[in-house]
Design a protein around this ligand. Structure first.
Ligand SMILES: [Zn+2]
Length: 272
């Protein structure tokens, strides 16, 4: 399994791929015209029928904390995250903060085991308030098929009495902030890591593939609101280019790190 270590200032970071796969990409971008889509992929040397896709879980070690951003697929992938953490010398009990960026199963699936027991016994859990309320409401759950609803009941509902819900941008541990990035889901949240003058903007699922830099209008089929998701992508791409930020994306091939450049009004993803 791919894991990649890097530093942001004084913080040690690890990007751990929970589920590397190769996919036919076009069906995932329903509003992309097929001929333009193929040309956009070729510009990144990608084969449209075989695009690498990762699930990059970020661990940040600060002087005081072991912080996980999302938990991957859990039982559905035989708890790859736990294996990856162990190979880095980290036991589940060492993780003391877990931020869940949004209510999709590939991000929260590793919170609990198959029987609903929490896998990280010492962790505080955090999530954006509106995101938690949307995904855990009976009104939402009643619209899902059994397995999707079961994933939420097994992983999120056991946190009901302990989850810390936030509703404004800001630090939740020193040097790590929640940043609104709505659209992929109602209150999908990005993460900014700052230490000793260096910054990492983890955009999670605000975009899924590098060619969305040139085409922020192409929405992933998982985007719950395409207009808001596109506006978020544009503002993130502009900010990343203007501020020369190191960017991380959950589904871009591991480690999912890169920079955004802008030329004549067109953004491009530059692999780190
Ligand atoms: Zn995702």
């Amino acid at each position: 399994m791919a894991t990649y270590r890097f530093k942001i200032g004084d913080f040690d970071c690890i990007s751990m791929d929970d589920d590397p796969t190769v996919r036919d990409a076009l069906p995932s971008f329903p509003n992309a015209p097929p001929d333009e889509f193929e040309a956009a992929l070729r510009a990144y040397n990608l084969e449209p029928g075989a695009v690498p896709f990762s699930m990059n879980i970020l661990l940040v070690k600060t002087p005081e904390h072991r912080v996980l951003i999302d938990t991957g697929m859990g039982a559905d992938r035989n708890y790859t995250l736990l294996t990856n953490l162990k190979s880095e010398g980290i036991e589940p009990g060492d993780v003391d903060v877990i931020f869940i960026t949004h209510g999709h199963g590939d991000h929260f699936g590793g919170i609990a085991d198959k029987d609903g027991a929490l896998l990280f016994p010492n962790a505080r859990f955090l999530m954006w308030k509106g995101e938690w309320e949307y995904w855990t409401s009976e009104a939402t759950l009643s619209t899902f098929d059994e397995s999707r609803a079961a994933g939420i009941r097994r992983n999120l509902l056991p946190l009901k009495d302990k989850i810390e819900l936030i509703d404004k941008e800001g630090e939740f541990v020193p040097g790590i902030s929640a940043v609104p990035a709505w659209g992929h889901t109602p209150y999908h949240t990005a993460i900014m890591v700052t230490s000793n003058g260096q910054r990492l903007l983890h955009i999670v699922d605000a975009f899924h593939q590098p060619y969305q830099a040139e085409h922020p209008e192409w929405s992933h089929r998982g985007d719950s609101n395409r207009e808001i998701a596109e506006a978020t992508r544009r503002s993130i791409l502009k900010r990343a280019a203007d501020e020369k930020l190191l960017v991380m994306a959950y589904h871009i091939p591991n480690p999912g790190l890169g920079y955004v450049t802008e030329k004549d009004g067109v953004w491009t993803w530059l692999r780190y």
